[in-house]
Design a protein around this ligand. Structure first.
Ligand code: CP
Length: 302
């Protein structure tokens, strides 16, 4: 079963094939997934992940069925995630699922008859397809795979996309990650131990000033109110790290700024016209990667 629940599961060969397929899908539409059905189960809000997966499926000739949390589904009657998954896996060929609980994708995968794609689980889980599209963005913009210094800034503890990206970076050579955050929001130890085991150089600092001048990639994150349960901590942290035009101008030539989005002020609007700003192109790259992933999982195409 081709479940996609965490980025540690991929190897470089798989990623390379996926990205080569994504390159070919630029401006493409085909009917390769005609007759296939994707179920989009989103128990948390989403704009990009949900719509890009739906758009990807439709561009490949497939169909989409959806279920939301709340009164519209039998979740409101107390149905378990496992039972919902068992039922829906009879209706669809693949399930794309976002859930507020860390580990929800693994729980669904354990009982599903069809592939589960984790579209984000909990505040300390993973968002593997976001990391794939982040990595595709990095590799296509920098035109190399190895020897890249990534600065991950802001909310690192409660940010599944940052966790997934750090894990996937562990697959490459001569990589460096600098974690920039306040002590309360530092990256969790499981990620750091994995990086050390995989010989990825990493360090951490509270000050972003010097690191943004040296990094090849500045990965900005959102101080996510919905994931930081302590209101006082949220109020203390929001606005702590902001990429302004002045900060962007201090970056070295060819370096890029990426962000999973949505942003809520942590990159100011005047950065959008900076040559370093890549975060809206990143959205387009995401569509291609998700098309390639669905094609790989559902039609076996590599
Ligand atoms: N990047 C991301 O996951 O965005 P959404 O929450 O809008 O899907």
């Amino acid at each position: 079963m081709n479940h996609v629940t965490r980025t540690q599961q991929f190897d470089r060969r798989y990623i390379k094939r996926l990205f080569t397929l994504a390159d070919k899908l630029k401006n493409e539409r085909d009917e390769s997934l005609k007759g296939k059905i994707m179920a989009a189960l989103f128990f948390e809000p989403s704009t990009r992940t949900r719509l890009s997966f739906s758009s990807a499926m439709l561009r490949l000739g497939g169909s989409v069925i959806t279920m939301e949390s709340g009164q519209a589904s039998s979740q409101s009657k107390g149905e378990t995630l496992e039972d919902s998954t068992r039922v829906i896996s009879n209706y669809a060929d693949v399930i794309v699922m976002r859930h507020h609980e860390t580990g929800a994708a693994d729980r669904a995968a354990a009982v599903s008859n069809v592939p589960i794609i984790n579209a984000g689980d909990g505040n300390m889980g993973q968002h593997p397809t976001q990391a794939l599209l982040d990595l595709y963005t990095i590799q296509r913009e920098l035109k190399r795979e190895d020897g890249i210094h990534v600065a991950i800034i802001g909310n690192l503890r409660y940010y599944r996309s940052a966790r997934s990206l750090a894990y996937i970076i562990g697959k490459y050579k001569d990589m460096k990650i600098t974690f920039v955050s306040s002590p309360e929001l530092q990256m969790a130890d499981d990620v750091k131990k994995y990086l050390t085991r995989h010989k990825v150089a990493w360090d951490e600092t509270e000050d972003m000033t010097e690191v943004v001048k040296k990094a090849d990639v500045v990965y900005q994150t959102r101080i996510a109110k919905e994931w930081i349960k302590d209101d006082a901590l949220y109020e203390k942290q929001r606005g702590r790290y902001i990429i302004t035009r002045k900060v962007a101008n201090s970056m070295k030539k060819g370096a890029i700024i990426i962000h999973p989005l949505p942003r809520i002020g942590e990159i100011t609007d005047d950065v959008d016209t900076s040559p370093h700003a890549v975060y809206f192109r990143q959205v387009r790259y995401g569509l291609l990667v998700r098309m390639a992933l669905l094609k790989t999982i559902l039609s076996g195409q590599k």
